[in-house]
Design a protein around this ligand. Structure first.
Ligand code: SF4
Length: 332
């Protein structure tokens, strides 16, 4: 598949200063060397607990702030070092849907203006009636009634507002949509509707999606590949089927073991994580997960495990030879 987005060794460190005018006393290692790619028409998910750096990756790709190091390429062309003017034509190709549909829409704008704004900003309409036609078509695509065009965001439900956000992201003809916890604030049944909508739009338009979420149960329903992040790094990356059936990294296994299942009495190997995620200001030595890993051994505290191939199109950053499921089975 043709690669649309490529991210190479991306880092984002936020300086901590002593007072307003003070020097830098420490750095938050929010993202610390992340590499992955997204093909045209593909969904790649970034998953992990709150604070793992997954949203920072999305925002660095969008250039909401400059990366500390690393490169971002679209269609093979580097974009992280472009000036704002050079970046502008590319911005329409990468759009975002944020988590909170209540605060990401201007409450004083009518839906027609919210969806039409990016079309105007990128000069993509030839006349007022053409703009109205485009907005109406986008409302059809996200399954909102056309006669709602003159209403304000507060007149819609949470799910409908997220549909407006998706229409706005589609408006300039995006190839890649970054969905940053885009369904997290919604009720379960509404989540499913939005996930299905995104899936249908991907099939119809060939969209690539970078789906950022802490919710593995949702990710399982729409992703092609999954990158699991912990404390600023990707610790496992593979296709959906492999991740959900043969996770190699203990952190992934712990996340999966916490996903609710329909039958709570069904036998499963729960991996309970203790303690909090360590501070990204001073990450642990060796494997960053060693302070919480139930399988930790001496080498883990000293030597940082690189991402290594553990199966076809499957990489994991762990010193263990075997997946946690096999380790538990051997020990039983
Ligand atoms: Fe656990 Fe060690 Fe693997 Fe890190 S390297 S995940 S501490 S077993």
């Amino acid at each position: 598949m043709t690669k649309l987005l490529e991210v190479f060794d991306l880092k984002k460190h936020f300086p901590i200063r002593a007072g307003l005018l003070g020097g830098v006393t420490a750095k938050v290692h929010a993202v610390d060397g992340v590499s992955f790619d997204v093909a045209k028409g593909e969904t790649v998910s970034l998953v992990g607990e709150s604070g793992c750096g997954k949203s920072t990756v999305g925002r660095a790709i969008l250039r909401l702030f400059a990366p500390t190091a690393g490169q971002v390429h679209i269609d093979g062309n580097r974009i992280d070092d472009l000036s704002p003017a050079e970046l502008r034509p590319l911005r329409r190709r990468i759009q975002v849907v944020f988590q909170d549909p209540f605060s990401s829409l201007n409450p004083r704008m009518r839906v027609r203006d919210i969806i039409g704004e990016p079309i105007l900003n990128f000069s993509l309409s030839s006349s007022g009636s053409d703009l109205e036609d485009q907005v109406a078509t986008l409302m059809d695509k996200v399954r909102l009634p056309r006669d709602a065009m003159n209403r304000f965001p507060h007149e819609f439900s949470g799910g409908q507002r997220q549909r407006i956000g998706i229409a706005r992201a589609l408006a300039p003809g995006a190839d890649l949509i970054i969905c940053d916890e885009a369904v997290s604030a919604l009720d379960v049944s509404v989540k499913a509707q939005i996930v299905n909508l995104l899936s249908d739009l991907q099939d119809e338009l060939g969209l690539a999606l970078l789906f950022i979420s802490h919710d593995l149960a949702i990710v399982e329903h729409l992703t092609h590949r999954v990158a699991v992040m912990y404390l600023g790094k990707i610790v496992e990356f593979t296709d959906r089927r492999t991740l959900f059936s043969m996770a190699h990294h203990p952190y992934t296994a712990a996340l999966l073991s916490a996903v609710p299942v329909p039958d709570p009495d069904a036998p499963r190997n729960r991996i309970i994580l203790t303690g909090d995620v360590p501070s990204p200001i001073d990450p642990p030595s060796g494997c960053r997960f060693h302070t919480r890993c139930p399988f930790v051994f001496d080498r883990c505290r000293i030597e940082e495990p690189p991402l290594r191939i553990v199966g076809p199109a499957h990489v994991s950053a762990c010193h263990l030879e075997h997946a946690p499921g096999e380790v538990i089975a051997h020990a039983a």
